[in-house]
Design a protein around this ligand. Structure first.
Ligand code: AR6
Length: 331
């Protein structure tokens, strides 16, 4: 999956490039900057000295030395001053510049910390939103695996308003007391799906009294066929679709070349989101992969919440899924 939010110490990430949350002197400091210098060894400071500092919103590159990465991209985030001093743009510019530098150095994997969200005081929820927004835009046009490495649990609580809305939505539909009823409903849906599949398999026999081979030959459109048809109908290219779905090219080629490919539920849903399918069509596509949406699953409710609001930003959806400890969409 091209964007993953992980919980780790960034100095342990085995990637081509790690990004440092530096200051404009580039001569080291505390926080993630201190940890990176410590893990890389004194040569890093020597290399930084030669760079002659860096402006806020920009970034410069050194080798990784003792770190398990090829290069370190030293980005200088803004100090939070209340939000009216262009902090957002400067922070976005840090991510954009760093990603451009990673691309220029042929990096395929990059790890970012949540720049400015520590000593520089940028509110974590907002910092995460800026990061996800810029990285998401970049990944629509570029093949790269980006990790957003977050240290503390609190940073996951993104956009309090958004999440209290989702939490309320989940509460409405996910009360434990109703779980049993929902399960029964789910079982009924599944039985209906199975009966329909059986009916369709039997139907050709009734008409032609043919063999099982005949019935199988008349199988409905498969998941992969429906997906390719919808991509065509939407006038999208394959690449636009799999990038929006946060799916890597290899997996997409597998799906494209195998008519009977059975994706996982998050993969199937990622395509529904990429194609901006309304709820009814999302359910059709899911059904092709053998899945349904259930009101007794937090994961499903969150997906429905976004689709019903016409929000098809997969990175925002993944932020929400992440905050509720659910699997993320994509491969
Ligand atoms: N791995 C991943 N994330 C980390 C790590 C780590 N090892 N250590 C801290 N964080 P900060 P800033 C998180 O203060 O706000 C330095 O002194 C941390 O929880 O490192 O951009 C520089 O020299 C927080 O969410 O960077 C500058 O003077 C995020 O990384 C100044 O601090 C960034 O916190 C830059 O401040």
């Amino acid at each position: 999956m091209p964007l993953q939010i992980v919980r780790n110490d960034i100095t342990h990430m085995r990637v081509d490039a790690i990004v440092n949350a530096a200051n404009s002197t580039l001569l080291g400091g505390g926080g993630v900057d201190g940890s990176i210098h410590q893990a890389a060894g004194p040569q890093l400071l020597e290399a930084c000295r030669a760079l002659g500092g860096c402006e806020t919103g920009s970034a410069k590159v050194t080798p990784g030395y003792g770190l398990p990465c090829k290069i370190v991209i030293h980005a200088v985030g803004p100090r939070w001053q209340g939000g009216r001093c262009g902090e957002r743009e400067k922070l976005a510019s840090c991510y954009r510049t760093s990603l451009a530098l990673a691309r220029a150095h042929d990096c395929r994997t990059v790890a970012f910390p949540l720049i400015s969200s520590g000593a520089y005081g940028y509110p974590k929820a907002e910092a995460l939103r800026v990061a996800v927004g810029v990285i998401g835009d970049f990944l629509l046009e570029n093949d790269m695996m980006v990790y957003l490495v977050i240290f503390d649990r609190k940073a996951y609580q993104i956009g309090e308003k958004l999440f209290s809305d989702i939490a309320a939505y989940i509460d409405d539909r996910y009360a434990d007391a109703h779980a049993e009823r929902a399960d029964m409903r789910m079982r009924r849906v599944q039985m209906a799906i199975e009966q329909e599949a059986l009916r369709q398999a039997m139907a050709p026999r009734a008409v032609s009294a043919g063999s099982l081979d005949d019935a199988l030959a008349r199988m409905d459109e498969s998941f992969s066929e429906m997906l390719l048809r919808k991509i065509g109908e939407k006038g999208m290219t394959d690449a636009q679709c799999y990038k929006r779905a946060n799916i890597d090219r290899k997996l997409f080629s597998k799906i494209r070349s195998d008519r009977g490919y059975r994706p996982s539920k998050p993969t199937a849903l990622a395509f529904a989101i990429a194609l901006e399918l309304p709820l009814s069509e999302t359910k059709d596509l899911l059904m092709k992969a053998g899945f349904a949406l259930s009101r007794s699953s937090k994961f499903d409710i969150i997906i429905e919440y976004f689709i019903e609001r016409g929000n098809y930003n997969i990175f925002e959806i993944n932020e929400a899924l992440f905050a509720f400890d659910q699997s993320l969409l994509g491969a």
